[in-house]
Write a protein that binds this ligand. Structure first.
Ligand code: M6R
Length: 616
């Protein structure tokens, strides 16, 4: 989604800003722009399309500038056009602003400013804010000069309803930058004789590893040597400088063609990193340093409510099966966007758990805040250290899966599922799960990285199958029990990167409607487990075959499928049930990836999608 990078320092903005913007490309955008104070004047360039188009069109003169802001836009208010791209200028030409979020009362602000003579060049909500800043600047000449810029931004924000991460520069203050946040992330990068600001830490780490995560309703005034933070209501705030602990090369492609491919193959490591140091010495349970739950609180929990969006929501569905099975605690899974506005009756021993790769998804963050407001204890499973969700929760589990850049989530998903399995073990062992059963699960989990590597050996076969099925326009994914969420995830992966219409269903539900779709034109992917459900799933496969539907089946090696029961069979290693959702996900991810490649799709930057959805 929209990305912000800003710079004030003694170096030239050229490489620093555009490089920062390139590092935000993975988040999804449709246009971009840059504004700089060059030759004492505020200048800007905006382009529709990729950042490289912006880079080629940016006048060389900007390279000497030492103050600037830039932005990637994902359209919300108004079409994709140069006029609507950021930065936006105030109509008096003095201020430039980039904005993430939504100004909800922008129509009222715009009407007011129009009566005062301000004019608008775009259809965006953001342009009203930069004009409001110019208005407050003009209105208050008595404010002493050093803080007049800061105060005009502060005053404007007091009138704004909605969410914002903003950065503002002014030709009247060529060596200063003002930024602020509410509901939209913003991070300061602290360098030597330079400061950066960005909406995502990835855009900063090529310059400095020292960062300050801003909190909601904070405003910052920066120059090259110094910065000061205060609340929008003007209470001064102490800055806490933290060090980003990941290697920036993790966010680079290396020998892979796409980040999605790289991240699929990183899964053995990501899983290993997520479990490291989290098993008890006696090998019978898992533990997590950051949960902040006392043994008494742990005992009192009598219901869990998971909240998330998209792929992370699918991980929650698997948590429901596992926690109910191993810990016997009732679990509910809610779409964060629905939970937030539903007045769901919860009791005081309900624990809320948010799952989010980015830690910035606005629906999940808002649902979490709503739960906290009502007094519930909240936890998160999250892959982004210092993210808004991580900081909002009472406790949590970091995934340690490394940065995920591909829009289609892969390693973050399997890592979330693994941590949910470990959470089921942890809750189970604090209740009825026996020592022996705990040890068996720990032994199984420790084999996971190796079994994942082995499952990746299906790559070549999956690639061939992808070629055979890439031309279809519809596809069903079917599975029972824990394979049902994987069916949903398979369908989501396929549709988001290859634009094939795909649906995931519990296999038995097929007879209640979707079977009407089955024909030679609609293949099905079956996710099959051994055990009590096997014969029933086989019956469902036969129902599809009887209607001329092609069947691709993914199943553990020991699955006793009759010869010729399916058109294509992908075998994954035999493993403990608790591992199967993860192992099954690997061929499902590979299938979507190779089908998308066959169809010539831009796998890492699928159309209309954003990596992190920071608007409602
Ligand atoms: O960062 P989050 O895990 O909160 O993101 C949630 C969804 O937006 C995300 O999983 C989305 O569905 C992905 N595109 C899935 O591949």
């Amino acid at each position: 989604m929209c990305g912000i990078v800003g710079y004030v320092g003694s170096k030239k903005i050229g490489s620093r800003l555009i490089e920062g913007l390139k590092r935000l490309e993975y988040r999804g955008y449709d246009s971009s722009g840059i504004a700089a104070i060059s030759e004492k004047q505020l200048q800007f360039t905006k382009k529709v399309g990729r950042v490289k188009v912006l880079e080629q069109s940016t006048p060389k003169a900007y390279e000497n500038a030492t103050t600037g802001i830039c932005h990637t836009r994902w359209a919300t208010h108004g079409a994709v056009s140069e006029a609507n791209a950021h930065p936006h200028m105030s109509s008096d030409g003095h201020f430039a602003l980039v904005h993430n979020g939504v100004i909800e009362n922008y129509t009222q602000i715009k009407s007011f400013l129009t009566t005062k003579g301000y004019t608008f060049a775009s259809e965006t909500d953001s342009e009203t804010l930069v004009n409001l800043i110019a208005y407050h600047y003009d209105k208050e000449p008595e404010v002493k000069d050093g803080s007049r810029f800061l105060e005009s931004v502060r005053k404007s924000l007091l009138h704004v309803e909605g969410t914002f991460g903003i950065a503002v520069i002014s030709e009247l203050y060529p060596d200063e930058l003002v930024c602020a946040r509410r509901g939209s992330p913003l991070i300061i990068g602290v360098g030597k004789e330079e400061h950066l600001i960005a909406s995502d830490v990835n855009a900063i780490t090529h310059c400095t590893q020292n960062v300050v995560y801003l909190n909601d309703n904070e405003i910052v005034h920066l120059n090259k040597d110094d910065f000061s933070i205060s609340t929008i209501s003007n209470v001064s705030v102490d800055a806490v400088i933290q060090t980003v602990d990941w290697d920036t090369s993790e966010a680079e492609l290396g020998s892979f063609k796409h980040f999605m491919e790289k991240e699929i193959f990183e899964q053995p490591n990501a899983l290993e990193n997520g479990m490291r140091g989290r098993f008890s010495d006696d090998g019978s349970t898992a533990f997590f340093g950051g949960l902040n739950l006392s043994p008494q609180e742990l005992q009192q929990v009598d219901r869990l409510v998971f909240i998330a969006c998209g792929t992370a929501w699918h991980a929650c569905l698997i948590a429901e099966y596992l926690i109910e099975r191993y810990a016997r605690i009732p679990v509910e899974v809610e779409y964060a966007s629905e939970f937030r506005y539903r007045n769901a009756p919860l009791d005081k021993n309900t624990l809320i758990i948010a799952i989010s790769q980015s830690g910035e998804t606005i629906d999940t963050l808002s649902a979490l805040k709503e739960a906290k407001r009502k007094g519930y204890k909240t936890l998160s499973i999250n892959n982004s250290v210092g993210s808004s969700i991580a900081r909002e929760c009472d406790g949590g589990i970091y995934q340690h899966a490394g940065p995920e850049i591909g829009v289609a989530s892969t390693k973050a998903f399997t890592s979330q599922v693994m941590l949910c399995s470990m959470l089921a073990l942890y809750f189970g062992r604090s209740r009825n799960l026996s020592y022996a059963d705990g040890c068996e699960i720990v032994r199984a989990l420790k084999q996971l990285p190796e079994l994942t590597k082995k499952t990746l050996e299906t790559t070549e076969q999956v690639q061939k199958i992808a070629k055979k099925y890439a031309h279809y326009e519809d596809c069903l994914f079917l599975g029972r029990q824990m394979m049902f969420p994987i069916a949903l995830e398979g369908a989501l992966k396929l549709k988001e990167i290859s634009y094939i219409h795909a649906e995931g269903y519990p296999a038995a539900e097929m007879k209640h409607g979707p079977i009407a779709l089955i024909s030679e034109q609609c293949p099905s992917v079956f996710l099959t487990m051994n055990g009590e459900m096997f014969q029933k799933t086989l019956a469902n496969i036969k129902e599809i075959k009887a209607r001329k539907g092609a069947v691709i089946c993914i199943a553990p090696e020991k699955c006793d499928l009759p010869k010729d029961a399916v058109d294509d069979l992908i075998q994954i290693p035999d493993a403990h049930d608790i591992l199967l959702p993860i192992l099954m996900s690997i061929p499902v991810q590979l299938l979507s990836y190779y089908i998308a490649l066959e169809r010539g799709c831009d796998v890492d930057k699928p159309r209309n999608l954003a990596k992190s959805v920071t608007v409602e």
